[in-house]
Ligand binder design. Structure first.
Ligand SMILES: NC(=O)c1ccc[n+]([C@@H]2O[C@H](COP(=O)([O-])OP(=O)(O)OC[C@H]3O[C@@H](n4cnc5c(N)ncnc54)[C@H](O)[C@@H]3O)[C@@H](O)[C@H]2O)c1
Length: 322
């Protein structure tokens, strides 16, 4: 029998890919979004599909629908976006979690939370296993996101302990792919947009700091596997790609794949820029029989093709943030 699935934040970057995969699997999908950082355009091609429904709704308000599973992805995800209205960011994580958990409790749905590697804050352990409690500043400008997501995890576990809810938590590390927002200040979208526009590619410091990047299809595959785990499995489980690249390697790869003549220029390294960020995905491999399969080069080719179209005006940027 088809499952009825609610995806909050379903018209965002990751949400829209998830919605597509669930529909392809044969599920019925209700996509709920307030279009804060997402855009209707991301799911426009699905409108008219007989198992797809799009609803404009803010998860800070209660929602009454009948569903079997809930993927809670609603939340602005990049620093530029979540710092734009920090109070709303915390409300989205905390009130959003309370409302979606309340719904899951009423209709006995299974519920998955899209948490983040940012719950580890400025970690003193590398790479971070799920058992590491993190090192988060509670009063800084990133706290609205980091602490909001931490509180959401707390709420999930309290609903699990107190009300025996079936919960799943994934901690997502840096993910990229088509439908990322072009102005969200992230390194992959920044470099691609700069290269396609022929502008200088800015790297901070000497570019020897490393990052790891997970392609959106790999990520969606992992979170669907997580939702399908047996009930005792709650997570949290790290999801990401542990393959490390230096920022300079990424810049060179983007230049090669775009054929751009942009120059790489260096700027001073910001104080809080970590030298390394890499997920420990041992648990994901064990529990989900999953590991990322899409190489950076492959994923970048698809992402560049998307941004190329976007810059030619063939795709839409959300009005509130363009
Ligand atoms: N992309 C990543 O690298 C990454 C890393 C860690 C965690 N995550 C998490 O994954 C989820 C999806 O991230 P994304 O990269 O697709 O970001 P995104 O900004 O593209 O998607 C978030 C979606 O949530 C919607 N939204 C925001 N506030 C809402 C509200 N109050 N009510 C209803 N909808 C609301 C937005 O309009 C958008 O469509 C987020 O929860 C994010 O924290 C993403």
């Amino acid at each position: 029998m088809n499952k009825k699935i609610l995806v909050t934040g379903g018209s965002g970057f990751l949400g829209s890919h998830l919605v597509e995969k669930l529909l392809a699997r044969g599920d019925e999908v209700l996509c709920v979004d307030n279009f804060y950082t997402g855009t209707r355009r991301n799911v426009e091609h699905l409108i008219g599909h007989k198992r797809f429904e799009l609803m404009r709704h803010d998860v800070c308000l209660p929602l009454y629908v009948e569903v079997d599973e809930i993927y809670n992805l609603a939340c602005p995800a990049s620093p530029i976006h979540y710092q734009y209205d920090p109070v709303q960011t915390t409300k989205t994580s905390v009130h959003g979690a309370i409302n979606m958990l309340g719904l899951a409790k009423r209709v006995k749905a299974k519920i998955l939370q899209a948490s983040t590697s940012e719950v580890y804050g400025d970690p003193s352990v590398h790479p971070q296993p799920e058992g590491y409690w993190g090192n988060v500043n509670p009063i800084g400008i990133r706290s609205c996101y980091d602490e909001g997501k931490r509180c959401a995890e707390t709420l999930f576990f309290d609903y699990w302990r107190q009300h025996q809810l079936r919960i799943k938590i994934v901690r997502i590390f840096n993910t990229y792919g088509p439908r990322m927002h072009p102005n969200d200040g992230r390194v992959v979208s920044n470099f691609i947009v700069q290269a396609l526009k022929g502008e200088d590619i800015t790297i901070y410091g000497d570019g020897q700091q490393t990052r790891s990047f997970c392609y959106s299809d790999d990520l969606v595959d992992a979170i669907m596997r997580m939702m399908d785990t047996a009930d005792p499995v709650t997570g949290p489980v790290n999801i990401g790609n542990p393959h490390e690249f230096t920022i300079r390697q990424l810049a060179n790869l983007v230049l090669e794949l775009t054929g751009s003549r942009s120059k790489i220029v260096s700027r001073p390294l910001p104080q809080d820029d970590p030298l390394q960020r890499k997920p420990d995905i041992t648990l994901a491999k064990e529990l989900l029989d999953w590991s990322p399969s899409i190489e950076l080069r492959q994923g970048l080719i698809k992402t560049i093709a998307y941004f190329d179209q976007l810059l030619k005006g063939e795709a839409e940027v959300p009005a509130s943030l363009s």
